[in-house]
Design a binder for this molecule. Structure first.
Ligand code: SAM
Ligand code: SF4
Length: 461
């Protein structure tokens, strides 16, 4: 009997790429491809790439170099390994990838994954294929639904893309060019996917989109639904105990989404709300379309809706013409809000974006120095946020076995990892845990009471 083709999909960058990688594997399964965790020995290696910063794009070429060596080794053993580059680098660079790296057989843009079986058939017939068109057909309609066995392997927490692309055109960002215009999936399709995930044992769903709170998918009545409405629908799906969404834009934080935080216990009190800068001058140059005060007002409205909300954010330092005063405004904004954590990046000029052409590019050393100063403040806030957990009893969703025998690992509503001793059959349930200690990246605790066995059997438990 011939063995199945083995496909290895490696994701770079954001959660949307992780979701896309899963959908690619699900779409290839009926064509006889079985997923393998290792590139070596695979018949097909797909690199699902990220173009958001220069470093991310560079990583792809060094990874292609590594896989090329495996391809040569396979050829020496009389096996063929196909290398495919997918994702945002594929979309942005297209043919250029094959010019720079001849070992690549297929370049497939982020909107064309549903065509993979056909594209691979052309590769098998000896063609080198580049497909980066934005198609008229709907990728989501054509992609295979998640497979039950794969869902179980992937765990009790799942991502679901509900919106893709962006119409905001922040001057630093490649997303509107690599992912195209905003598209929202219809409510019914998302509900069906989440029901399917829940039946397979998923307990937590994170709705993802480049601009997720701009969601406006069609509802059963033919009218567009908001993200708040979608979350209300999903909170009724049996088995789903936790809902999250990311990434949001401050301008799209609508009243009904803010109200949903107060109304839906399943909606976790943890909001990722990128602000990028605390300076109005820089925000305007970035085309963020909101001021510092408007951002602070959104935070205040959210806190009013649910008192225990915590926030994370994204920051860019060293945007063109950012002065020391502008940067200090970012530091004071961080102090004013008090984040649970935040991601901070050095501005990276991206080809084709307006900011890359702006005067006043900040010298690399100054950017690094600002990044260090910002990260020092964020790290202090992150440590303080974790430290306040000690002595508290917090609901933890138990996800998987830990490294030690008898140990389980779970997450708090704020996505902090918690380790504790607990029976394996509790994987998939939410249990109260008394936090006793805070490590570098993990909280430690003990079950606060003997919990009731979960209503829904968890994946693999
Ligand atoms: N849609 C989200 C928003 O409105 O903030 C962000 C999506 S982007 C994929 C994730 C983060 O990457 C951004 O929030 C920004 O901080 C960072 N980023 C995007 N372009 C960048 C660039 N050219 N240089 C540095 N960081 C960048
Ligand atoms: Fe990029 Fe987000 Fe701005 Fe859209 S809103 S252009 S994804 S940073």
């Amino acid at each position: 009997m011939s063995r199945p083709y083995r496909v290895h999909v490696k994701s770079f960058g954001c959660q949307m790429n992780v979701y896309d990688s899963h959908r690619m594997a699900d779409t290839l399964a009926p064509a006889g491809y079985a997923e393998t965790p290792e590139a070596a020995g695979a018949d097909l290696v797909i690199l699902n790439t990220c173009h958001i910063r220069e470093k991310a794009a560079d990583k792809v070429y060094s990874e292609i170099g590594r896989v090329r060596v495996m391809k040569e080794e396979a050829a020496a053993q009389g096996r063929r390994m196909v290398i495919a580059v997918a994702g945002c680098v594929a979309q942005a660079e297209g043919e250029e990838i094959i010019r720079r790296a001849a070992a690549v057989d297929l370049v497939v843009g982020s909107q064309n994954y549903h065509r993979l079986p056909d594209l691979l058939a052309r590769v098998q017939a000896g063609e080198q294929v580049v497909d980066t068109e934005f198609p008229v057909d709907d990728k989501f309609d054509a992609l295979a639904a998640p497979r039950t066995d794969a869902i179980r392997e992937r765990g009790i927490s799942a991502f679901v893309t509900v919106q893709e692309g962006c119409d905001k055109f922040c001057t630093f960002c490649v997303v509107p060019y690599t992912r195209g215009a905003e598209v929202s999936r219809p409510v019914g399709k998302i509900v069906a996917e989440v029901e399917h995930l829940a039946e397979a044992g998923v307990r937590e769903v994170t709705l993802i989109g480049q601009n997720v709170n701009a969601y406006h998918g069609q509802d059963a009545d033919g009218r567009p639904a908001t993200l708040g409405k979608l979350l209300r629908r999903l909170s009724d799906v049996p088995g789903i105990v936790r809902l999250r969404y990311m990434t949001s834009h401050p301008r799209d934080m609508a009243d009904d989404l803010i109200a949903a935080h107060g109304d839906l216990p399943a909606l976790m009190p943890y909001v990722h709300l990128p602000v990028q800068s605390g300076s109005d001058r820089v925000l305007a140059a970035m085309n963020r379309r909101h001021t510092r005060q408007e951002y602070l007002d959104v935070i205040a409205r959210l806190r009013k809706s649910r008192i225990d909300l915590a926030f994370t954010s994204d920051f860019i330092v060293g945007f063109p013409d950012e002065t020391e005063d502008d940067f200090r405004a970012t530091l004071t904004l961080v102090e004013e809000v008090g984040f649970a954590t935040a991601y901070s990046f050095i501005y990276s000029p991206r080809p084709g974006t307006p900011a890359a052409e702006m005067d006043g590019q900040v010298p690399p050393q100054e950017k690094s120095e600002r990044l260090q100063r910002l990260q020092a403040v964020i790290t202090r806030q992150w440590r303080a946020f974790n430290a306040q957990s000690i002595g508290r009893t917090i609901d933890v969703l138990l996800e998987k076995p830990g490294k030690l025998s008898g140990q389980l690992v779970g997450r708090t509503p704020y996505l902090q990892t918690v380790q504790m001793m607990a029976p394996r059959l509790l994987i998939g349930s939410v249990v109260p845990v008394m936090i006793t200690e805070v490590g570098t990246n993990t909280l430690f605790g003990a079950l606060a009471e003997q919990p009731i066995a979960p209503e829904f059997a968890a994946a693999g438990a």
